[in-house]
Design a protein around this ligand. Structure first.
Ligand code: GUN
Length: 721
């Protein structure tokens, strides 16, 4: 049981299963938080679960044996240099004879680089672009790299343009020579010029081979920036390049391996890292931690632990001979790198990657500067490639989430909160009619201040009293992250902000208040502020209270249909004209009935809406036409309330989806551009007939690119139509 061909190696993990031939090179998203994604890249030597780091193996100096990386550290992919292997006659012959997996004694995914980096460090190299791809193919590499032209940050625009053009020119022969089985990295160069990075993303992203285009897009030419800790420029380049890289291709930060940079990189959409840092830093007696690098010489105790370091004190390690010490520290560095990536992946799954990125940004002033620059871009979304990526960060993020969120300095700038606020500003409307049957403009804006959620408990009496006193009152709640209509009181993140009670008081100054009221379109209405502890002198008349409460419930459903399903308030008013609900013991609506039919339920975790099939049918009646096909020049829908978004699927998928199976990427022919990830959508056929309804996993742009993974998670099929 020791041969490389057996399924189990001695005492180690089983060898990986090769992917199905039709999946080779495909990338799918399993879970996401906006652009941050948990993905799976399918290869002949198993699945790379991303975000992950490919440790660099120098075939001549193996600080940690690849087999140990596989068995002990669960490293599912590594990167080595095909040029170094090609250049050494004995390594070259042995790789050609045995294959690279046997040569390295590693069963997982082997990625190779092409010699570009050597040309940057040492000057000219001796290999031709076609030749190095042939070699990578012939030694059985999983993901090779074409010979790109390294664009240094100090190069002129003209030099960098040449580097980008020459790299794009070489793409053709590289993809041709890669053939059917070798997947290829198509690096994005362009130095510090954002337009050039975006042009390179487009050229490399649209390159087509006989079998496929590039499988992965590394961002190249960034090592000098990382060495000089020029992180703002690094993230600037990343955002610029991302504006044109197809969303179904994983992005690799070439040469980036410091754990400090993982959270923000991942939040911005990086899927792969590679680095020799674990070994290089160890040789230099430096220790990686998620908060930065520390010198062994300066430590009394380990400030960041690992199983490698536990048996020793820093003094004992300092006493070791040089080789033993480097090996030990390299093990620690690799362990910390793996642990931080696991932490990041878990943060993506839990919707907390931005919180982690914010926390880490406080560990280094250079990183803090970069983080602040990034959130400025997201908040302002200027024109150009960076603005485009910044907008995409917001629009791909589910605006709500089911978990509590710690209040922090930069919480207002997180993409999900900006997305929710944008929905509020464009889709929320002041009520057109009031609980007492009156119509017309509001008389006042009543702002509830000073009480924490749940406001249906802490503020309901005050709200009822306000409405009894003046029925035409708009009720808003002041929260530490802005004003929210009372109708959305159970929507996260507003109702899930975790902070001390005192922070619910005096949350907004006058200037901020006016901006919020302006965004909500109610800037010219008189304001009154209410603190729920103040007693009212009004009798809470039972009949009126009942009328007020059912009006509040109706407002809540109208506002949620407007925000999350893009239904216009006037149409929602019609839908809800005969509305009733079943409530929980904590006074939340559980089931909502239109004309006695159960049509939807507010989601208990995040306050957004969950449709029933009957509800989906009713929303479908409002816009029964099919959505636009992807091949047509998609016109962005300019309406604030274009109706519930729809996904158009091919006829082959209908028999499955109408029975409740999920919509798989590759079967989607068109979709409305206003789909929101995590929110309800309808699935229709070419005539617009309702096939099913579910929750969108991707934006419409993504649906036009991806060919694997779930596009819509179906709740109900409409098989009895
Ligand atoms: N390794 C680090 N940076 C680069 C790059 O720009 N291109 C290639 N091929 N390898 C790299």
């Amino acid at each position: 049981m020791t041969s490389g061909h057996c399924h189990y190696s001695m005492g180690g993990r089983p060898d990986p299963e090769p992917c199905r031939p039709q999946d080779l090179g495909k990338f799918e998203i399993i879970s996401r938080d906006g652009e941050a994604r948990i993905g799976r890249l399918h290869t002949k030597h198993g699945i790379l679960q991303t975000p992950m780091l490919l440790p660099v193996i120098n075939p001549n100096i193996r600080t940690i044996e690849p087999r140990e990386m596989w068995d002990k550290y669960r490293v599912n992919g590594l990167i080595t240099n095909s040029y170094v292997t090609w250049k050494h006659d004995d390594l070259r012959q042995s790789a050609l004879d045995k294959g690279i997996h046997s040569l390295l004694d590693y069963p997982g995914v082997i990625v190779t680089d092409s010699g570009t980096f050597q040309s940057y460090v040492y000057g000219d190299i001796e290999v031709e672009p076609g030749e190095i791809v042939d070699f990578q193919r012939d030694i059985g590499v999983d993901i090779g790299t074409m010979l790109d032209v390294f664009g240094r940050p100090d190069m002129s625009l003209e030099e960098l343009e040449l580097a980008v053009e020459e790299t794009a020119k070489r793409a053709e022969i590289s993809l041709k020579n890669a053939g059917e089985k070798l997947l290829l990295n198509g690096p994005i160069q362009g130095g510090l010029y954002e337009d050039l990075r975006s042009k390179a993303g487009f050229l490399m992203g649209s390159a087509k081979g006989d079998y496929r285009g590039f499988a992965v897009h590394p961002i190249g030419g960034i090592v000098p920036l990382m060495e000089q800790q020029r992180y703002r420029e690094l993230f600037h380049i990343l955002l610029a390049a991302k504006s044109t890289i197809p969303p179904n291709k994983p992005i690799h930060l070439f040469g980036c391996g410091h754990p400090l940079l993982f959270p923000l990189s991942i939040a911005l959409g990086v899927d792969l890292f590679d680095s020799a840092a674990y070994a290089l830093f160890a040789r230099d007696d430096r220790i990686l931690t998620p908060e930065g690098t520390v010198k062994l010489a300066e430590l009394n105790e380990w400030s960041c632990h690992s199983s490698a370091l536990f048996p020793y004190t820093p003094a004992e390690v300092r006493e070791m001979d040089k080789d033993d010490r480097s090996t030990l520290l390299a093990h620690h560095n690799l362990e910390i790198t793996q642990a931080e990536l696991a932490r990041c992946r878990e943060a993506v799954r839990k919707g907390k990657i931005w919180q982690l990125a914010e926390e880490r940004s406080h560990c280094s002033s250079r990183l803090r500067e970069a983080f602040e620059w990034v959130i400025e871009q997201i908040e302002e979304s200027d024109e150009g490639p960076v603005g485009e990526s910044a907008l995409r960060l917001i629009s791909t993020t589910d605006p709500v989430r089911g978990k509590s969120e710690q209040l922090s300095v930069d919480i207002d700038s997180r993409p999900h909160i900006l997305h929710l606020n944008a929905l509020l500003a464009t889709r929320w409307r002041k009520p057109g009619s009031w609980w007492d049957g009156s119509e017309g403009s509001p008389e006042r804006v009543a702002i509830i201040s000073g009480v924490p959620p749940p406001w249906r408990e802490t503020a309901i009496e005050t709200v009822v009293s306000i409405l009894l006193e003046k029925p035409r009152s708009i009720i808003l709640i002041a929260t530490p992250i802005g004003l929210v209509p009372f109708s959305l009181e159970d929507v996260s993140p507003w109702c899930h902000i975790d902070c001390s009670d005192s922070l619910w008081e005096n949350t907004l100054d006058e200037y901020e208040l006016n901006i919020w009221l302006d965004d909500l379109g109610i800037e010219n209405t008189p304001i009154e502020i209410f603190y729920p502890s103040i007693e009212f002198d009004l009798d809470l008349d039972k009949n009126s209270t009942k009328l007020i409460r059912s009006w509040l419930d109706r407002c809540s459903i109208v506002d949620k249909l407007s925000l999350f399903c893009a239904i216009s308030p006037s149409k929602s008013c019609n839908l809800t004209s005969n509305m009733s609900s079943r409530k929980s013991r904590t006074d939340r609506m559980v089931n909502v009935f239109f004309d006695e039919e159960h049509c939807l339920s507010p989601r208990l975790t995040d306050g957004a809406l969950s449709l029933t099939l009957a509800g989906a049918v009713k929303l479908h009646e409002i816009n029964p036409d099919p959505p636009p096909l992807f091949d047509n020049d998609q016109l962005l829908n300019e309406l604030d309330h274009p109706g519930i978004p729809r996904v158009l699927i091919s006829d082959d998928a209908i028999p499955f989806v109408e029975k409740g199976r999920n919509v798989i990427h590759g079967f989607v022919l068109g979709a409305d551009s206003h789909i929101i990830v995590g929110q309800p959508c309808l699935v229709v056929d070419k005539n617009g007939s309702l096939i099913a309804h579910g929750i969108a996993n991707s934006t419409s742009d993504e649906m036009s690119f991806f060919t694997k993974g779930i596009a819509v998670k179906i709740r109900d099929g409409n098989s009895k139509r």
